[in-house]
Design a protein around this ligand. Structure first.
Ligand SMILES: NC(=O)c1ccc[n+]([C@@H]2O[C@H](COP(=O)([O-])OP(=O)(O)OC[C@H]3O[C@@H](n4cnc5c(N)ncnc54)[C@H](OP(=O)(O)O)[C@@H]3O)[C@@H](O)[C@H]2O)c1
Length: 197
């Protein structure tokens, strides 16, 4: 086992979460990777990867996973709240189950992970909590309104959390904000123009 940093990545099996996972393993760090189906992580298996089949919407399972992670690797250095889903549709037409599912993963999942890891980071006196938001967390767009709702909730919760924990944990919200604003401006320029304009 290496003495590298320990990552805790939700949604580690594909997309952005997998990229974080592969990058961390690539520099010799250890990763606790969560997904409901961890089979796609099988190819990365090794003693520096602990793949845990966890649904982040299950609060008890998330707290248990953090316990297992610390038992196995001793600490948590970088926690990435990445697991997310995108339920598309017009707000008017969303069914209850789909609307709740959007909030359950992108907001509540991140909330449970944040609550589970913060005491550990505080105890260690170090660590990073990375909340993966979206351009949808800064504005609403047709067909992705429920996704925006979940990311707005994540942004608001994270902003408050940063203030509440500021006395003993350092948060760098300004950099996150700057990065998302730049992305927002870039997207504004990318909005399709009407024909002939
Ligand atoms: N892709 C983009 O263009 C984009 C842009 C801005 C922001 N983002 C954000 O970036 C994050 C990752 O997006 P992505 O496109 O990389 O997603 P993705 O390719 O669809 O992968 C989602 C990951 O999350 C896991 N996941 C989903 N629901 C889960 C649950 N309830 N519990 C545990 N794991 C769960 C999935 O595995 P299982 O299905 O096996 O659970 C998978 O590993 C999301 O928060 C998304 O909102 C993405």
């Amino acid at each position: 086992m290496t003495a590298g940093r320990v990552w805790f990545v939700t949604g580690a099996s594909r997309g952005l979460g997998r990229a974080f996972t592969e990058a961390a393993l690539g520099v010799g760090d250890r990763v606790v990777g969560l997904a409901r189906d961890v089979e796609p992580l099988a190819g990365l298996a090794g003693d520096r990867l602990l793949a845990l089949p966890v649904d982040v919407t299950d609060r008890d399972a998330v707290f248990a996973a953090v316990e297992v992670a610390v038992e196995q690797f001793g600490r948590l250095d970088i926690v990435v709240n990445n697991a997310g889903t995108l339920h598309m549709g017009m707000i008017e037409e969303f069914g209850e189950a789909e609307a709740r599912a959007q909030m359950e993963t992108d907001f509540f999942g991140a909330l449970w992970v944040s609550q589970a890891v913060l005491p550990r980071l505080r105890e260690q006196g170090s660590g990073h909590l990375v909340q993966v938001s979206s351009i949808g967390g800064l504005g609403g767009h047709p067909m992705t309104g429920m996704y925006s709702a979940s990311k707005f909730a994540l942004e608001g919760m994270s902003e408050a959390l940063a203030m509440e924990a500021a006395h003993d944990l350092a948060f760098d919200l300004s950099r996150r904000r700057m990065a998302t604003c730049e992305a927002w401006e870039a997207a504004e320029h990318a909005v399709p123009q009407p024909p002939g304009s």
